[in-house]
Design a protein around this ligand. Sequence first.
Ligand code: FBP
Length: 335
Amino acid sequence: MLSESVSLRAHLVRGRKSGEACDPELIDILLDFAAAAKMISKEVNRAGLGTLTGAVGTTNVHGEEVQKLDIYCNDLVVQVLRQTGSVCGIASEESPGIVAPSEAGEQSKYVVCMDPLDGSSNIDVNVAIGTIFSIYRRKSQSGPAREEDFLRNGREQLAAGYVTYSTSTMLVYTVGDGVSAFTLDQSTGQFLLSHRDIHTPERAKIYSCNEGNMSKWDEPTRRYVESLKRVDGKAGRPYTSRYVGSLVADFHRNLLRGGIFLYPADCSDAAAGPRPKLRLMYEANPMAMLIEQVGGAATDGTRPILDIQATDIHQRVPIVIGCCADVEEYISLRG
Ligand code: FBP
């Protein structure tokens, strides 16, 4: 526990370690996500009592069954960002196209990519879920954002973060100057600094993947995961297996404890080619920026996630992310 209480706003306004101030407009967007997270946290905590559990009965652009809480979170975050006019466009997991800004937002120099509710399959069973976001400076000059403002590579992100709705509600973010975590104090409604300047260990102790899919993975990935379970004298082996099935929860645990998370592509249909699941712009990129900021790494198996040039706002990528030594070992096994 930290001695002095530092609010998220104070931490943002304090600026970077370099002394350079954080752009007030960027601060506004991060505070908008904090405001939305507080409202979502309240609803999530009482989800079983309310009307926000269960499916809507429709599917989204990914062909996934949409949960009521997916829509609630999407609409709420979009409403907050449009009300404050802090962004000139939004790419969301729950919206097929770019969400237009409010009139005020057209003046903003920032766009946001987001997964408003991550871990949808865990909503109704009271397991940790989250919100993930990524912020870029627009490329277009003015007006509503255009596709060119979103088809970027992850190194162009100016900020990234997520919120976990779990035993506590926690917001974790970076503006490219280290990673800190803030815990929501439900009594004051403030996000207070609880983990300053997080660093992840060099090597993992935990591996996280849906092993039920193992038969669908390519051979090097199967070989790698099998090697984590062997007693072969290598440091820390065998690793412990932990898998929640919510990217935010699995990533957050591994960030603090040291771990490697894998969501490889489904290679079971040779004709169809590799079929990854997780989305580049609002799942892989923000987590990759965070992990590199704490000394870890993230790859699609051949290159760093952050070096991938996006061609579609909803494109999917295979992802292996976590401690540096483990990601390097995974890549070396792919020869
Ligand atoms: P959404 O819930 O936002 O669609 O995210 C996808 C996700 O739930 C990740 O959070 C998680 O890592 C993965 O899918 C779990 O997939 P699976 O159920 O196939 O293991």
